[in-house]
Write a protein that binds this ligand. Structure first.
Ligand code: KG4
Ligand code: ZN
Length: 338
């Protein structure tokens, strides 16, 4: 195996991250500084605030990663950076930081697609072989990818509106639960009866692997408003039951669409990434579907499922091995389909 050591930089959403990763899959350091507190009062990520915070924190994150790894710039083989898709101000801040380091230290620069970073994570964490099927479910993304190589991605389907994490966050907001919504909804759902409220299973009646989650949120809003009209407010149990119904609906949709994806494009492994993969009910449903299809199920550790620099460093290494290099004209791209 080669002896590559890459710096990876990620700043496409609300995490400023830098990591040092080796070609033999060792994560020497991984620094992630979230911005949740900065955006908390706005009920979502504010692009301007995110961009400024990235610009302020990137240097620190890189310095910290190098220090944690005990590696100097001279010992690096290259710099990988998320060049899109994402919030453009943040992506630009990351790309500029990476260019500065690459030019200053005379290192190769490799631009990485953020989604490829997530999609290649099972190779970093578990050394899995191609091909495999990846379900990416986060606050910003929801798609099925067949992964045949470091640049061999086929999108089998995805959400046509909200991502599931976004839907969890919006439901939490409707029910006055703390953000991020996913963990709060999951905690409430533990005491809930998923059968009390009937919520739709959007797009299950249509063939294919596309999904939709915004209708689910609207249906939950309607149930909430009905309860408020009838009772003058929401009781603790109402919240729990609505959360349980919502979580079950999301899990069922993701499971059924995963079953279809595996049927359409059989693979020995179903992997998930993204914050929503932390949800126990969803995880169990996906595990079941994989087992039924005779596939292994893999969920990388949560810190590598959510946004991080290690996945970008690793995807950079995989691209670098294919001979890919970028110049100082590497552009930040708000949209960049795989
Ligand atoms: O991957 P991630 O950290 O960030 C991006 O979206 O890029 O995902 C965050 C999303 C949030 O929407 C959050 O509510 C959701 O993942 N999430 C969960 C859970 N933990 C986090 N959703 C459902 N159940 C959870 N336990
Ligand atoms: Zn992400």
């Amino acid at each position: 195996m080669d002896d590559l050591t890459f710096l990876g930089i990620e700043s496409s959403c609300d995490d400023t991250a830098a990591a040092i990763v080796t070609g033999d899959r060792r994560i020497l350091a991984s620094v992630v500084t979230g911005q949740a507190a900065l955006h908390e009062d706005f009920g979502g990520v504010v692009p301007e605030i995110a961009a400024r915070a990235h610009a302020e924190r990137l240097d620190y994150a890189v310095e910290q990663a190098l220090a944690d790894a005990g590696v100097s710039l001279r010992q690096l083989s290259g710099v990988a950076v998320t060049a899109g898709p994402g919030l453009i101000g943040g992506v630009m801040a990351g790309v500029m930081c990476a260019k500065g380091i690459a030019a200053g230290a005379g290192l190769p620069l490799v631009g990485v697609n953020h989604l490829a970073g997530h999609a290649l994570t099972p190779r970093l964490t578990d050394g899995v072989d191609f091909p495999y099927l990846m379900l990416l479910v986060s606050g910003g993304h929801c798609q099925f990818l067949r992964v045949d190589g470091p640049e061999g991605f086929t999108r089998l389907g995805g959400t046509i509106d909200d991502a599931p994490g976004e839907a969890f966050d919006k439901l939490a907001k409707l029910l006055a639960l703390p953000q991020p919504g996913g963990p709060s909804v999951e905690a409430e759902a533990r005491h809930g009866d998923p059968g009390r409220f009937e919520l739709p299973r959007p797009l299950l009646d249509r063939p294919g692997c596309d999904m939709s989650f915004s209708g689910l949120k609207t249906a939950a809003l309607r149930q909430r408003d009905q309860l408020i009209a009838q009772q003058g407010g929401l009781r603790q149990q109402d919240r729990a039951d609505l959360c349980a119904a919502f979580q079950n609906a999301v899990a069922e949709v993701l499971a059924e669409k995963s079953r279809r994806a595996l049927a359409r494009s059989p693979a020995p492994l179903l992997a998930v990434a993204g914050g929503v993969a932390a949800n126990g009910t969803i995880r169990a449903a996906l595990e079941h579907v994989a087992a039924q299809a005779g596939a292994r199920f893999l969920a990388p550790p949560l810190r590598l499922c959510t946004d991080n620099g290690a996945m970008i460093a690793w995807a950079g290494i995989e691209r670098f091995r294919l001979g890919h290099r970028d110049g100082m004209d590497l552009a930040a791209r708000p949209r960049w389909p795989l």
